[in-house]
Design a protein around this ligand. Structure first.
Ligand code: B12
Length: 227
Protein backbone atom coordinates (compact mmCIF):
# COMPACT_ATOMS: atom_id res chain seq x y z
CA UNK A 1 0.00 0.00 0.00
CA UNK A 2 1.31 3.49 -0.88
CA UNK A 3 0.74 6.39 1.51
CA UNK A 4 -2.98 7.37 1.46
CA UNK A 5 -2.31 10.88 0.18
CA UNK A 6 -0.58 9.48 -2.89
CA UNK A 7 -3.56 7.31 -3.80
CA UNK A 8 -7.03 8.20 -4.96
CA UNK A 9 -10.11 6.32 -3.82
CA UNK A 10 -10.37 4.75 -7.31
CA UNK A 11 -6.82 3.43 -7.07
CA UNK A 12 -7.52 1.89 -3.68
CA UNK A 13 -10.70 0.30 -5.11
CA UNK A 14 -8.48 -1.45 -7.66
CA UNK A 15 -6.18 -2.54 -4.87
CA UNK A 16 -9.11 -3.89 -2.83
CA UNK A 17 -10.38 -5.82 -5.87
CA UNK A 18 -6.90 -7.28 -6.28
CA UNK A 19 -6.82 -8.34 -2.61
CA UNK A 20 -10.17 -10.08 -3.05
CA UNK A 21 -8.86 -11.82 -6.16
CA UNK A 22 -5.75 -13.00 -4.32
CA UNK A 23 -7.63 -13.80 -1.10
CA UNK A 24 -5.54 -11.45 1.02
CA UNK A 25 -7.83 -11.01 3.99
CA UNK A 26 -5.85 -8.56 6.12
CA UNK A 27 -4.83 -6.31 3.24
CA UNK A 28 -8.39 -6.28 1.92
CA UNK A 29 -9.69 -5.32 5.36
CA UNK A 30 -7.07 -2.60 5.88
CA UNK A 31 -7.63 -1.01 2.47
CA UNK A 32 -11.41 -1.07 2.99
CA UNK A 33 -10.96 0.70 6.29
CA UNK A 34 -8.69 3.20 4.59
CA UNK A 35 -11.10 4.16 1.77
CA UNK A 36 -13.96 4.45 4.24
CA UNK A 37 -11.85 6.78 6.38
CA UNK A 38 -11.16 8.78 3.20
CA UNK A 39 -14.90 9.27 2.73
CA UNK A 40 -15.73 6.64 0.11
CA UNK A 41 -19.44 5.76 -0.11
CA UNK A 42 -20.08 2.30 1.43
CA UNK A 43 -22.25 1.11 -1.49
CA UNK A 44 -19.57 2.16 -3.95
CA UNK A 45 -16.93 0.20 -2.00
CA UNK A 46 -19.19 -2.85 -2.26
CA UNK A 47 -19.94 -2.50 -5.98
CA UNK A 48 -16.79 -0.96 -7.41
CA UNK A 49 -14.17 -2.73 -5.28
CA UNK A 50 -15.40 -5.89 -3.54
CA UNK A 51 -17.91 -7.20 -6.12
CA UNK A 52 -15.54 -6.13 -8.91
CA UNK A 53 -12.90 -8.41 -7.39
CA UNK A 54 -15.32 -11.28 -6.80
CA UNK A 55 -16.48 -11.06 -10.42
CA UNK A 56 -12.93 -11.78 -11.57
CA UNK A 57 -12.75 -14.68 -9.10
CA UNK A 58 -15.94 -16.07 -10.66
CA UNK A 59 -14.41 -15.91 -14.13
CA UNK A 60 -11.21 -17.61 -12.98
CA UNK A 61 -13.25 -20.35 -11.26
CA UNK A 62 -15.37 -20.88 -14.37
CA UNK A 63 -12.26 -21.10 -16.54
CA UNK A 64 -10.57 -23.67 -14.31
CA UNK A 65 -7.83 -21.27 -13.28
CA UNK A 66 -9.08 -21.17 -9.67
CA UNK A 67 -10.33 -24.04 -7.50
CA UNK A 68 -12.49 -24.08 -4.37
CA UNK A 69 -9.67 -23.28 -1.89
CA UNK A 70 -8.75 -20.07 -3.74
CA UNK A 71 -12.39 -19.06 -4.08
CA UNK A 72 -12.90 -19.68 -0.38
CA UNK A 73 -9.98 -17.38 0.50
CA UNK A 74 -11.44 -14.67 -1.76
CA UNK A 75 -14.88 -15.10 -0.18
CA UNK A 76 -13.38 -14.80 3.31
CA UNK A 77 -11.49 -11.66 2.36
CA UNK A 78 -14.68 -10.10 0.98
CA UNK A 79 -16.83 -11.14 3.94
CA UNK A 80 -14.31 -9.81 6.45
CA UNK A 81 -14.22 -6.43 4.67
CA UNK A 82 -18.03 -6.35 4.53
CA UNK A 83 -18.05 -6.37 8.34
CA UNK A 84 -16.61 -2.84 8.22
CA UNK A 85 -19.39 -1.71 5.90
CA UNK A 86 -22.35 -3.46 7.56
CA UNK A 87 -22.84 -0.95 10.43
CA UNK A 88 -22.49 1.98 8.03
CA UNK A 89 -25.52 0.83 6.06
CA UNK A 90 -27.75 0.54 9.12
CA UNK A 91 -30.19 3.19 10.20
CA UNK A 92 -30.12 2.74 13.94
CA UNK A 93 -33.06 4.80 15.12
CA UNK A 94 -35.37 4.38 12.13
CA UNK A 95 -38.82 3.01 12.71
CA UNK A 96 -38.91 -0.49 11.21
CA UNK A 97 -41.52 -0.42 8.47
CA UNK A 98 -41.75 -4.13 7.70
CA UNK A 99 -40.06 -7.50 7.89
CA UNK A 100 -38.17 -9.50 5.27
CA UNK A 101 -37.21 -13.14 5.77
CA UNK A 102 -34.16 -14.11 3.71
CA UNK A 103 -32.36 -17.35 3.04
CA UNK A 104 -30.28 -19.38 0.61
CA UNK A 105 -32.20 -22.45 -0.56
CA UNK A 106 -31.54 -26.05 0.35
CA UNK A 107 -28.26 -27.55 -0.88
CA UNK A 108 -26.66 -24.18 -1.51
CA UNK A 109 -24.09 -22.59 0.78
CA UNK A 110 -23.24 -19.45 -1.25
CA UNK A 111 -23.71 -16.78 1.39
CA UNK A 112 -22.27 -13.50 0.11
CA UNK A 113 -24.99 -12.28 -2.27
CA UNK A 114 -27.78 -13.06 0.18
CA UNK A 115 -25.91 -11.29 2.97
CA UNK A 116 -25.47 -8.21 0.79
CA UNK A 117 -29.18 -8.18 0.03
CA UNK A 118 -29.80 -8.44 3.79
CA UNK A 119 -27.39 -5.65 4.64
CA UNK A 120 -28.82 -3.26 2.08
CA UNK A 121 -32.39 -4.09 3.06
CA UNK A 122 -31.57 -3.43 6.71
CA UNK A 123 -29.86 -0.25 5.61
CA UNK A 124 -33.15 0.86 4.02
CA UNK A 125 -34.77 0.53 7.44
CA UNK A 126 -36.51 -2.85 7.23
CA UNK A 127 -36.20 -5.68 9.74
CA UNK A 128 -34.35 -8.63 8.22
CA UNK A 129 -34.56 -12.16 9.53
CA UNK A 130 -31.63 -13.99 7.96
CA UNK A 131 -32.13 -17.76 7.97
CA UNK A 132 -28.64 -18.37 6.59
CA UNK A 133 -27.68 -20.92 3.95
CA UNK A 134 -28.91 -24.40 3.02
CA UNK A 135 -32.43 -23.58 4.20
CA UNK A 136 -35.04 -26.33 3.67
CA UNK A 137 -38.59 -25.42 2.58
CA UNK A 138 -40.10 -26.18 5.98
CA UNK A 139 -37.73 -23.76 7.68
CA UNK A 140 -38.92 -20.95 5.38
CA UNK A 141 -42.51 -21.88 6.22
CA UNK A 142 -41.79 -21.89 9.97
CA UNK A 143 -40.15 -18.47 9.67
CA UNK A 144 -43.31 -17.08 8.03
CA UNK A 145 -45.37 -18.46 10.93
CA UNK A 146 -43.01 -17.04 13.51
CA UNK A 147 -42.01 -13.65 12.08
CA UNK A 148 -45.04 -12.79 9.91
CA UNK A 149 -42.91 -11.08 7.23
CA UNK A 150 -44.40 -9.11 4.35
CA UNK A 151 -41.61 -10.35 2.08
CA UNK A 152 -39.76 -13.64 1.67
CA UNK A 153 -36.48 -13.53 -0.28
CA UNK A 154 -34.68 -16.58 -1.61
CA UNK A 155 -31.21 -16.80 -3.07
CA UNK A 156 -29.67 -19.60 -5.18
CA UNK A 157 -26.27 -19.56 -6.86
CA UNK A 158 -26.40 -22.88 -8.67
CA UNK A 159 -28.57 -24.18 -11.48
CA UNK A 160 -28.88 -27.38 -9.44
CA UNK A 161 -30.36 -25.63 -6.38
CA UNK A 162 -32.74 -23.20 -8.12
CA UNK A 163 -35.40 -25.92 -7.93
CA UNK A 164 -35.49 -25.28 -4.16
CA UNK A 165 -37.19 -21.96 -4.90
CA UNK A 166 -40.06 -23.63 -6.71
CA UNK A 167 -40.37 -26.20 -3.92
CA UNK A 168 -40.39 -23.50 -1.25
CA UNK A 169 -43.12 -21.55 -3.04
CA UNK A 170 -45.11 -24.78 -3.21
CA UNK A 171 -44.56 -25.42 0.51
CA UNK A 172 -45.62 -21.86 1.38
CA UNK A 173 -48.75 -22.31 -0.75
CA UNK A 174 -49.54 -25.71 0.81
CA UNK A 175 -49.20 -24.19 4.28
CA UNK A 176 -51.78 -21.54 3.33
CA UNK A 177 -49.45 -18.53 3.57
CA UNK A 178 -49.01 -17.62 -0.10
CA UNK A 179 -51.53 -14.76 -0.02
CA UNK A 180 -49.92 -13.04 2.92
CA UNK A 181 -46.33 -12.84 1.72
CA UNK A 182 -44.63 -11.44 -1.39
CA UNK A 183 -41.84 -13.67 -2.67
CA UNK A 184 -38.70 -12.40 -4.39
CA UNK A 185 -35.88 -14.46 -5.83
CA UNK A 186 -32.33 -13.78 -6.95
CA UNK A 187 -28.82 -15.12 -7.42
CA UNK A 188 -26.52 -15.44 -10.44
CA UNK A 189 -28.42 -18.20 -12.37
CA UNK A 190 -31.88 -16.75 -11.65
CA UNK A 191 -33.68 -14.41 -14.07
CA UNK A 192 -37.06 -12.78 -14.54
CA UNK A 193 -38.30 -15.60 -16.75
CA UNK A 194 -37.50 -18.23 -14.11
CA UNK A 195 -39.14 -16.07 -11.44
CA UNK A 196 -42.33 -15.87 -13.55
CA UNK A 197 -42.21 -19.59 -14.26
CA UNK A 198 -42.13 -20.58 -10.58
CA UNK A 199 -44.74 -18.01 -9.56
CA UNK A 200 -42.48 -15.64 -7.61
CA UNK A 201 -43.64 -12.02 -7.28
CA UNK A 202 -40.32 -10.45 -8.20
CA UNK A 203 -36.72 -10.87 -9.30
CA UNK A 204 -33.80 -8.45 -9.07
CA UNK A 205 -30.27 -8.87 -10.41
CA UNK A 206 -28.54 -7.17 -7.48
CA UNK A 207 -28.94 -5.95 -3.91
CA UNK A 208 -30.00 -2.44 -4.91
CA UNK A 209 -32.73 -3.92 -7.10
CA UNK A 210 -33.75 -6.18 -4.20
CA UNK A 211 -34.28 -3.14 -1.98
CA UNK A 212 -36.40 -1.56 -4.73
CA UNK A 213 -38.55 -4.68 -4.83
CA UNK A 214 -38.94 -4.72 -1.06
CA UNK A 215 -40.04 -1.08 -1.03
CA UNK A 216 -42.57 -1.73 -3.79
CA UNK A 217 -43.98 -4.80 -2.02
CA UNK A 218 -44.26 -2.96 1.30
CA UNK A 219 -46.19 -0.19 -0.42
CA UNK A 220 -48.51 -2.69 -2.07
CA UNK A 221 -49.11 -4.31 1.29
CA UNK A 222 -49.78 -0.89 2.80
CA UNK A 223 -46.87 -1.01 5.18
CA UNK A 224 -45.25 2.42 5.39
CA UNK A 225 -42.20 2.07 3.15
CA UNK A 226 -39.17 4.29 3.56
CA UNK A 227 -38.05 6.29 0.55
C1 B12 B 1 -17.61 -17.50 -3.85
C2 B12 B 1 -18.09 -18.77 -4.54
C3 B12 B 1 -18.05 -19.96 -3.77
C4 B12 B 1 -17.65 -19.99 -2.30
C5 B12 B 1 -18.84 -19.47 -1.45
C6 B12 B 1 -18.36 -18.82 -0.16
C7 B12 B 1 -19.47 -18.13 0.61
N1 B12 B 1 -19.28 -18.09 1.91
O1 B12 B 1 -20.45 -17.67 0.08
C8 B12 B 1 -17.36 -21.52 -2.09
C9 B12 B 1 -15.88 -21.77 -2.30
C10 B12 B 1 -17.77 -22.12 -0.73
C11 B12 B 1 -18.13 -22.15 -3.25
C12 B12 B 1 -18.49 -23.48 -3.28
C13 B12 B 1 -19.07 -24.08 -4.39
N2 B12 B 1 -19.31 -23.51 -5.60
CO1 B12 B 1 -19.22 -21.60 -5.90
N3 B12 B 1 -18.96 -19.84 -6.52
C14 B12 B 1 -18.53 -18.77 -5.90
C15 B12 B 1 -18.48 -17.61 -6.94
C16 B12 B 1 -17.04 -17.51 -7.46
C17 B12 B 1 -18.91 -16.22 -6.47
C18 B12 B 1 -20.27 -16.15 -5.78
C19 B12 B 1 -20.38 -14.79 -5.09
O2 B12 B 1 -20.20 -14.69 -3.88
N4 B12 B 1 -20.57 -13.72 -5.89
C20 B12 B 1 -20.61 -12.33 -5.39
C21 B12 B 1 -22.04 -11.96 -4.95
C22 B12 B 1 -22.04 -10.50 -4.48
O3 B12 B 1 -22.88 -12.07 -6.09
P1 B12 B 1 -24.22 -12.97 -6.07
O4 B12 B 1 -24.09 -14.07 -5.12
O5 B12 B 1 -24.60 -13.27 -7.47
O6 B12 B 1 -25.32 -11.99 -5.45
C23 B12 B 1 -25.79 -10.81 -6.07
C24 B12 B 1 -27.00 -11.04 -7.00
O7 B12 B 1 -27.05 -12.32 -7.56
C25 B12 B 1 -28.19 -10.68 -6.17
N5 B12 B 1 -28.82 -11.68 -5.31
C26 B12 B 1 -28.28 -12.72 -4.65
N6 B12 B 1 -29.18 -13.32 -3.89
C27 B12 B 1 -30.33 -12.67 -4.04
C28 B12 B 1 -31.59 -12.87 -3.49
C29 B12 B 1 -32.66 -12.04 -3.84
C30 B12 B 1 -34.00 -12.26 -3.23
C31 B12 B 1 -32.45 -11.00 -4.78
C32 B12 B 1 -33.61 -10.15 -5.20
C33 B12 B 1 -31.19 -10.78 -5.35
C34 B12 B 1 -30.14 -11.62 -4.96
O8 B12 B 1 -27.70 -9.64 -5.35
C35 B12 B 1 -26.35 -9.95 -4.94
C36 B12 B 1 -25.61 -8.67 -4.66
O9 B12 B 1 -25.55 -7.81 -5.76
C37 B12 B 1 -19.48 -18.13 -8.03
C38 B12 B 1 -19.29 -17.56 -9.45
C39 B12 B 1 -20.42 -16.64 -9.89
N7 B12 B 1 -20.27 -16.16 -11.09
O10 B12 B 1 -21.39 -16.41 -9.23
C40 B12 B 1 -19.25 -19.65 -7.94
C41 B12 B 1 -20.35 -20.63 -8.38
C42 B12 B 1 -21.72 -20.14 -7.94
N8 B12 B 1 -20.00 -21.84 -7.65
C43 B12 B 1 -20.16 -22.92 -8.33
C44 B12 B 1 -19.90 -24.25 -7.87
C45 B12 B 1 -20.00 -25.35 -8.90
C46 B12 B 1 -19.55 -24.49 -6.53
C47 B12 B 1 -19.30 -25.86 -5.89
C48 B12 B 1 -20.24 -27.01 -6.30
C49 B12 B 1 -17.84 -26.20 -6.15
C50 B12 B 1 -17.36 -27.57 -5.65
N9 B12 B 1 -16.91 -28.35 -6.58
O11 B12 B 1 -17.44 -27.86 -4.49
C51 B12 B 1 -19.46 -25.51 -4.39
C52 B12 B 1 -20.94 -25.64 -3.97
C53 B12 B 1 -21.17 -25.67 -2.54
C54 B12 B 1 -22.66 -25.63 -2.23
N10 B12 B 1 -23.26 -26.76 -1.93
O12 B12 B 1 -23.28 -24.56 -2.31
C55 B12 B 1 -20.70 -22.62 -9.73
C56 B12 B 1 -22.17 -23.00 -9.89
C57 B12 B 1 -22.45 -23.63 -11.24
C58 B12 B 1 -23.88 -24.02 -11.37
N11 B12 B 1 -24.18 -25.28 -11.32
O13 B12 B 1 -24.73 -23.20 -11.52
C59 B12 B 1 -20.34 -21.11 -9.91
C60 B12 B 1 -21.30 -20.33 -10.81
C61 B12 B 1 -18.90 -21.06 -10.48
C62 B12 B 1 -18.79 -21.62 -11.89
N12 B12 B 1 -18.79 -20.80 -12.90
O14 B12 B 1 -18.69 -22.81 -12.06
N13 B12 B 1 -18.37 -21.23 -4.23
Amino acid sequence: MQSPSAQSIEEIYKEIAQHVILGRQKECYDCTQLVISMGAAPKSVINDALIAGMTVVGIKFRDGEYFVPQVLLSARAMQHALEIIRPLLKETDAEKPGTVVLGVVRGDIHNIGKSLVGMMTEGAGFTVVDLGVNVPEEKFVRAIEEHKPQVLGMSALMTTTMIGMRETIQAVTDAGYREQVRIMVGGAPVNQRFANEIGADGYAPDATGAVGLVKGFMKEMRVGAVS
